[in-house]
Design a protein around this ligand. Sequence first.
Ligand code: GLY
Length: 367
Amino acid sequence: MIDVHVGLGARSYSISIGSGILAEAGARLSNLAKPRRVAIVTDAHVAALHLPRLMEGLKDHAPTPIILPPGEGSKGFAQLERLVDELLALEVTRSDVLVALGGGVIGDLTGFAAAIVKRGMNFIQVPTTLLAMVDSSVGGKTGINTRAGKNLVGAFHQPIAVWADIDLLESLPDREMKAGYAEIVKYGLIADPAFYAWCEANAAHLLKGNREAISHAVAQSCRAKAAIVAADERETDDIRALLNLGHTFGHALEAETGFSSRLLHGEAVAIGMAQAFRFSARRGLCPPADAERLTAHLQSAGLMAFPGEAGIAPDAADRLVAHMLHDKKMTSSGLPFILARGIGDAFVAKGVPLEEVTAFLVEDLAR
Ligand code: GLY
């Protein structure tokens, strides 16, 4: 069992990573809070796989399950309203506890409900995907999608604990393991060349389900994210924004494919990170060999590195830039890009001329 501390003063919490955590959930919860009511929020797909185990672990707390429809479509006002209504019908108080059992959709939605019900109540993240374990369950970003775009309504609301039980990954499809792996590679690329080299040496192992490799990678990713969140919880100091490496390019690719299962978020981030490195190399910031090394690693891990591999049309450059301009990260000083001086050395670049981005995309889409 590995514990990673997220140091946020009175809002500090632990991310526990290991095997068999759900079986200890009751005792773990009793150490954290004295809730009168506990509700487990999950979706129908995850409920069939993992809810009985968590209900059993929490049986001394008599949890109430709330089961929502699976899929990104649940992350909106309709299911938020339903969830909030159910919680109010249960007469929860601020010291009661919501447990989010699921991937990013359930974690973000439940976290947001926890942020607004009774002006903020306790919640615990129990991520069930690799991507949620290394990214979305940590750091307190919560929210929903609206007609105008993804994650445009939300709140920073930290959980009181994250329980990353790696046993839950046994049922995760290979494609989702790989998509989550992209976010692991991201931490090496941002600031940790030694961890990036570890990824190159251990990806095959990890993706085959080796528990030691998975635990190490999840812990290392959570340590990196915890340090960034502790330094810049609300993304105001150009530190947390580094976590968006690959996301500006990747988000545009997701928008171009209609946020469909044609391209999973992590798959888009993999291509987006490779593009960020190629763009950095084109601008003379980063050795081209580093961009090539990243491309080779992503492809050897079974991820894509070029938009063409995801079926993005060669004439998509202008549309991709238009998608970027709708990105929520657009500020008064333009669209910030996370670029790199090399593997393990990412930085926030402002004032990047959009014509340069378009010219890069035209070339990149032809590859
Ligand atoms: N997923 C990016 C962040 O948590 O800031």
